[in-house]
Every structure is written in structure tokens, then in C-alpha cells.
Design a protein around this ligand. Structure first.
Ligand SMILES: Nc1ncnc2c1ncn2[C@@H]1O[C@H](COP(=O)(O)OP(=O)(O)O)[C@@H](O)[C@H]1O
Ligand SMILES: [Mg+2]
Length: 671
């Protein structure tokens, strides 16, 4: 029997290994357990009668109960590898959770619940011997051992290790149906579900490999499982893998266009997931001993993820907006949007790239990491056959915000930490830059990589202004007589960047979140996550003492100058267009606050225009002459003498200057 034929489906389990019995029922011997309990209680009562006073009785009672309930006494440490492994081996405990089966790979272990008996006893079959000292290999029972004193005959029968018959097998408690159960469904619809299973293919492959290796080991005679248990284990694993495969193929399909079809297809996906959860529940109930701790906890995780996945499907199914996606999004995309907390909107479909994991030329590679996220490089083929491969960077979106940015504007004004929708904020920034006709952001779209939705973007050109490793400033011509055009470009771009960031309310423009091309003065603003807070309305002045952790807040305040094109675009910005562009990406309040900032900035731009601070040519511009006779300054001098230190051009150029003379890495992250 080859591995591959074993792994194909649950039907493919070899005939001679099919119809395996369930592992033994752990709870079929209550009679015995009750018997033990009664005998122990009588024993204890007899002892208590002889005691002189109540106090002593209480203290003695505590002592005695320690033997049984083992409160103050450490729980016996059960090292199951010490147990001579034989089929039918019995472990008795009052608390099955107390037993760790981590290193145990042997045959099934039968657990019996002895009520309040306390203590764990392991007895190999046919080995019912307790010495007068109460010792039972490999555990030492407390003295006087109720077991040692009075082993009831019935128990001896039980301990002889008769193999349990399949009729004794207990079926796992059925997994509640998520959509038939009204209460559960209501609860699901009211909750934020931020988990799901993502790399379904990888999980399914692993399960099938495991199933094949179980059968393989049995056939080679190296398995510690019986034929029946090997068969059952592999059958279970293949069943779960089939559920995952089925789910993956359903998730790849487009969403139907009618509410009825969405409901029907969601229900069938939920039914299938619940079958998978049921198999894991059965393993957990009665087959746990067949699995290593690692495998068992992987299954538990899978079950939790399936549980979350079905909850998301309930939410998709019950969301009247699902049908509005008009079949433009796949189930996978819609489910992921739900997980990330995006309201479903058909216009989100146009934000997704046509490139998917199916187009990848090679596996993703790690590219960079910031304080909160890591970024991966995805390589796709060129557009036409002769083109070189194209690299993009992928940053997965977060279902929850774990940053401390709520301290920047206050919790009441901050974004919803349970659904931060960072990718949406980046795309919203892109909409505003497009409306202003700027070229400051990497090109960004949405895509799904390994099941997770996130931002896919072009790689920024140039360098971060301060080298992250050395803390030294890069050689950038902020104000260079040798490279006047590069400097003029840079001054324009940094000023435009400040306008854009004021409009988006960007709070995180520290120097690792921007790139400068030293050859052209081009600026690329990356990491536009911390923007569009719902409560951030006014474009405030910088507050030098405001910090994020140890770093000064890189908020620049309103710019001192504006380029002619940006001025005209800004003044012409139409509220209707912005509402329409931002609607699929942001919440209502986030959009209204953006419009408020826009208004604030328009007024500021108008004021600058009145003061002659609209720049037509960044190379030749001179500041207007003021009443006190000052004026005629170049852009760099004007910004230095009148601008705020936090203004982007000043912050970068002045810090670079300071660092040339007094290198101090602690300044490197503050713009
Ligand atoms: N578009 C990009 N171009 C070049 N490098 C990038 C880009 N996006 C991210 N990076 C690199 O990845 C790092 C982390 O990305 P970032 O979005 O800043 O994550 P975080 O939210 O953790 O700060 C950045 O500091 C940068 O080095
Ligand atoms: Mg960053």
C-alpha cells in the first residue's frame, strides 16, 4: 500500500484497516467508581467518630481529604512513558485533565473517573497488586491507601484489561449547528470574529501526510498502534483534510448574487466545517491517547479556527450587504474582509489586484520589518514574456490593533481597535494623493496571500534618511549648491508630503516610514496605517512634548509653503468625490473628519496664497518682503527661519546636520 493511495480520501483507507472500533469508553464504569467512593467515605467517617473535639475533627478532616482530593498535596506527576504499555492499560483518575500524555505514544489509555477519589493509579492489565506499603508501580499512593486497604472485587475485574468493545464507545457531544441554533447565531452576529484558518492547503497537506505515515508505520511493523487504532487515526485525519480541501475549493468560488444562494452555499460550507469539528471532538473525547501532544494541540487549534471560520460564514450569510458584492468578490475575499472588520461593499472589488498566489514565480521571501509588522516580497512574472519578473511587497492587514497609538489623540478619538482596517487607510491615502495629483505613495492594491488579505505595493526607491543599523544620516542633498535641482525637488516633495499627511491625519511619519531617492529628490511615503482617526478633526500645531513611547510624535502641523499645482488641486477638491472615493474604505466618521481637515487645510492654503507663499518654481522662489523689510529668502532658508522644527524639511535636514557633527542613534526615529 503506497502512501499516496492512503491519503486520497476517507474512502481510500485500506479495507483491512477500515471500520476500526472507537477507542474505549472512559466513562462506562461509574458503578465501580461509586463503590469506591462509598467505601472511602465510610472509612473517613469511622475515623472522624473517634476524634475528641470538632476542631481536631476539622483538622483531621482536612488531612484526610488531602489524601483524596489532593489540594495541598502535590498532584502525582504521571510520567506515562514509565508505564509498561499494553493494550487495555488502565489509568484511574478523578481528574483526566491532570494527566499529561505528552510523551506517551503507546496504545490507548482508558481513563476512568472516580468521582472524588483523587489520586491517579495506573495498572497494567492483569497486574492488580498493591503492596502493604500501598505502592503501585509507578506511583506512590498516600497512606493509608483506600485502594490498598479495600480493593473491591469489582475493580479487580475492571483492571484485568478486558478489551473494550465498540458498543461501549461514546459518541462525542455533537457540535452545535451555528445557523440552526438561534441563540448561537445571534451571539455570532453580535461578535467580532478575528480568527480563521488561513493556510488551508498547508494544513490539509500535513494531515494527509500524517495519515499516510500512520498507515505506513503500521504496515512496516514500526507502529505502536494496533491495526484498529492506526486505521481509525488515519481515517480521522483524512476526513479532516477532506473538509479542508472542500472548504478551500468553495472559498475560491465567486460569491453568488442572490441572498438565497449565498445562504444555501454558506450553510453547506458550515455543515462541512462542523463535520470536521465533530471528528476533532471525537478524537478529543476518546482518541486523544493516539496523538502526540503536538498533533493533538494542532488539531485543537484547527478546530478553533474552523469554529471561527463558520462564525464568519454566519456573519457573511446574515449580512444583507453580501448580495451587493454582486459576485465580484470570492467567498475567500468576503470572509477575509469580514474577519478584518470591513463593511462589505461592491466597490472594494476594484481594489483587489488580479495577481494572486497562483501567479507567484517562487515562494514569498521576508523583506523588512517594522515595530509591528513584517513585509514579504512576492515575485510575479513580467507583464509579457520578455519582461523581467516583477517584485511587490506584501503587508498583511490586522484584525486587531495592538499598538499604543490611542494615546496620540485619546481613546475616544482613536480608531476602533477591534477593526483597525489598516490596508483600507493606506488605500484611502492613495485616493487622496491621486485626487491631489501627487506621486508620493507606493502603488498599492489589495491581495490575498496565504489566505490573508493585505496590501500589495511597489518597493519604494531610495533610502530611509537615517540608516537603521548605524543611526547615521544618509547622504541626502537637502540644500545642496552642487545639486540644486535635487534639493528643489526634495523641498517640494517633502512639503507636498506634509500637506498629504495633514489631510490624512498621518501620525506615524517617523524617518523609517519614508524613503528618499538621493539621485532625484523623490520621496516615497510608506506605512500609512496610523491615519484617518475618526476623532481627529482639526489640523493641529505640533506639540513638541507629545511622545509615542520614547519617541517624539512626528506630527508636523500645517506647512509653511505650498506648490502651485498642489494649491490648485487642493482648492478644487470636491467633497462629493472624496466621499465617494473613501466610502468603501473608511467609516462615516473617519470620512467626515477628513472633510473637516480638508476644509481647515483649504483655508490655510488660501491664507498662504494671500501671503505670497504659493511656490511656482522651487528652484528660484524667493520669500515675499515683509513689513519689517525681511524677505527674498530661498525655500530652504525661509523654511529654516520661519518653519516649525517638526515640519518635514526642517526635521530631516536639521537632524541630519546635527547627526553629522554629533552622531547619536537615539534621534534616528524621530522626523
Ligand atoms: N513599500 C515599501 N518599500 C520599501 N520598503 C518597505 C515598503 N514597505 C515596507 N517596507 C520595509 O518594511 C519595513 C516595515 O514596514 P512598515 O509598513 O513600516 O511596518 P510597521 O507597521 O511595522 O512599521 C519598513 O521599515 C521598510 O523597511
Ligand atoms: Mg513603519
Amino acid at each position: 500500500m503506497s502512501n499516496s493511495s492512503v491519503g486520497a480520501s476517507s474512502q481510500n483507507v485500506p479495507a483491512h484497516l477500515s471500520n476500526a472500533p472507537q477507542p474505549a469508553n472512559p466513562e462506562k464504569t461509574e458503578g465501580t467508581a461509586f463503590g469506591r467512593k462509598t467505601s472511602r467515605t465510610n472509612n473517613k467517617e469511622r475515623k472522624l467518630k473517634g476524634l475528641k473535639n470538632k476542631r481536631a475533627a476539622r483538622s483531621q478532616s482536612r488531612k484526610l481529604s488531602n489524601y483524596n482530593v489532593s489540594k495541598s498535596q502535590p498532584r502525582p506527576q504521571v510520567n506515562l512513558t514509565q508505564v509498561h504499555a499494553q493494550p487495555g492499560l488502565n489509568i484511574w483518575t478523578n481528574n483526566p485533565k491532570a494527566i499529561t500524555v505528552t510523551p506517551y505514544q503507546g496504545p490507548p489509555i482508558n481513563l476512568q473517573n472516580l468521582g472524588k477519589m483523587g489520586n491517579v493509579v495506573v495498572l497494567p492489565p492483569g497486574n492488580w497488586q498493591i503492596s502493604s506499603s500501598g505502592q503501585v508501580t509507578p506511583f506512590v499512593l498516600p497512606f493509608p491507601s483506600p485502594l490498598g486497604q479495600n480493593p473491591p472485587g469489582q475493580m479487580v475485574q475492571q483492571f484485568t484489561g478486558h478489551p473494550r468493545t465498540p458498543t461501549q464507545a461514546k459518541t462525542a457531544a455533537p457540535v452545535a449547528s451555528a445557523y440552526k441554533n438561534h441563540g448561537l447565531r445571534k451571539l455570532i452576529n453580535q461578535s467580532r470574529v478575528s480568527e480563521r484558518f488561513h493556510d488551508v492547503q498547508q494544513s490539509s497537506d500535513k494531515l494527509r501526510q500524517k495519515a499516510a505515515s500512520v498507515i505506513d508505520a503500521f504496515q512496516k511493523g514500526t507502529s505502536r498502534h494496533s491495526q484498529a487504532s492506526a486505521s481509525l487515526k488515519s481515517k480521522h485525519l483524512v476526513q479532516i483534510a477532506s473538509v479542508l480541501d472542500q472548504h478551500k475549493s468553495e472559498q475560491a468560488k465567486s460569491m453568488p448574487t442572490t441572498a438565497e444562494d449565498i445562504k444555501a452555499r454558506a450553510q453547506s460550507q458550515i455543515d462541512s466545517l462542523e463535520e470536521g469539528m465533530q471528528v476533532i471532538a471525537e478524537i478529543s473525547n476518546s482518541g486523544r491517547a493516539y496523538y502526540s501532544q503536538e498533533d493533538f494541540s494542532a488539531l485543537q487549534t484547527l478546530s478553533r479556527e474552523m469554529d471561527a471560520e463558520r462564525a464568519l460564514l454566519v456573519q457573511v450569510m446574515d449580512d444583507p450587504k453580501s448580495a451587493l458584492t454582486e459576485g465580484k468578490l470570492s467567498w475567500g475575499e468576503v470572509t477575509e474582509l469580514k474577519r478584518l472588520g470591513y463593511p462589505l461593499n461592491p466597490d472594494l472589488a476594484s481594489e483587489f489586484s488580479t495577481l494572486t498566489d497562483a501567479d507567484l514565480l517562487k515562494p514569498a521571501e521576508p523583506f523588512g520589518a517594522g515595530k509591528h509588522h513584517s513585509v514579504q516580497k512576492l515575485t510575479f512574472p513580467g507583464v509579457s514574456d520578455n519582461d523581467p519578473p516583477r517584485d511587490y511587497l506584501f503587508k498583511a492587514d490586522d484584525a486587531k490593533d495592538n499598538s499604543r497609538y490611542e494615546h496620540v489623540v485619546g481613546k475616544d478619538k482613536y480608531l476602533d481597535k477591534s477593526r483597525p482596517r489598516f490596508a483600507g487607510r493606506n488605500l484611502a491615502a492613495q485616493k487622496l494623493q491621486d485626487a491631489l495629483d501627487l506621486r508620493l505613495l507606493p502603488a498599492m492594491t489589495l491581495t490575498t496571500h496565504n489566505g490573508k488579505m493585505g496590501l500589495m505595493m511597489t518597493k519604494a526607491q531610495g533610502v530611509q534618511p537615517f540608516n537603521n543599523e548605524t543611526g547615521k544620516p544618509e547622504n541626502i542633498a537637502y540644500d545642496s549648491l552642487e545639486k540644486p535641482t535635487v534639493s528643489a525637488n526634495l523641498q517640494k516633495n517633502l512639503t507636498d508630503a506634509q500637506w498629504l499627511d495633514c489631510l490624512t491625519g498621518q501620525q506615524d511619519r517617523h524617518s523609517s516610514n519614508l524613503f528618499i531617492d538621493p539621485d532625484t529628490g523623490g520621496v516615497t511615503l510608506i506605512d500609512n496605517d496610523q491615519a484617518f482617526y475618526p476623532g481627529l478633526r482639526e489640523v493641529t500645531d505640533p506639540e513638541p512634548d507629545r511622545k509615542i513611547g520614547d519617541w517624539p510624535l512626528p506630527w508636523p502641523g500645517k506647512p509653511e509653503l505650498i506648490g502651485r499645482e498642489t494649491f490648485e488641486k487642493l482648492e478644487a477638491l470636491d467633497e462629493g468625490r472624496i466621499r465617494q472615493d473613501l466610502e468603501p474604505l473608511l467609516d462615516k466618521k473617519e470620512i467626515e473628519s477628513t472633510l473637516f481637515r480638508l476644509n481647515d487645510l483649504k483655508q490655510h492654503a488660501q491664507k498662504l496664497a494671500d501671503e505670497g507663499k504659493v511656490v511656482d518654481d522651487w528652484l528660484t522662489w524667493r520669500s515675499p518682503t515683509t513689513e519689517d523689510g525681511k524677505g527674498g529668502q530661498r525655500v530652504a532658508d525661509f523654511l529654516h527661519s520661519t518653519g516649525k522644527p517638526q515640519s518635514y524639511f526642517n526635521a530631516l535636514s536639521q537632524q541630519a546636520e546635527q547627526l553629522y557633527t554629533r552622531p547619536d542613534p537615539q534621534f534616528t526615529r524621530s522626523v
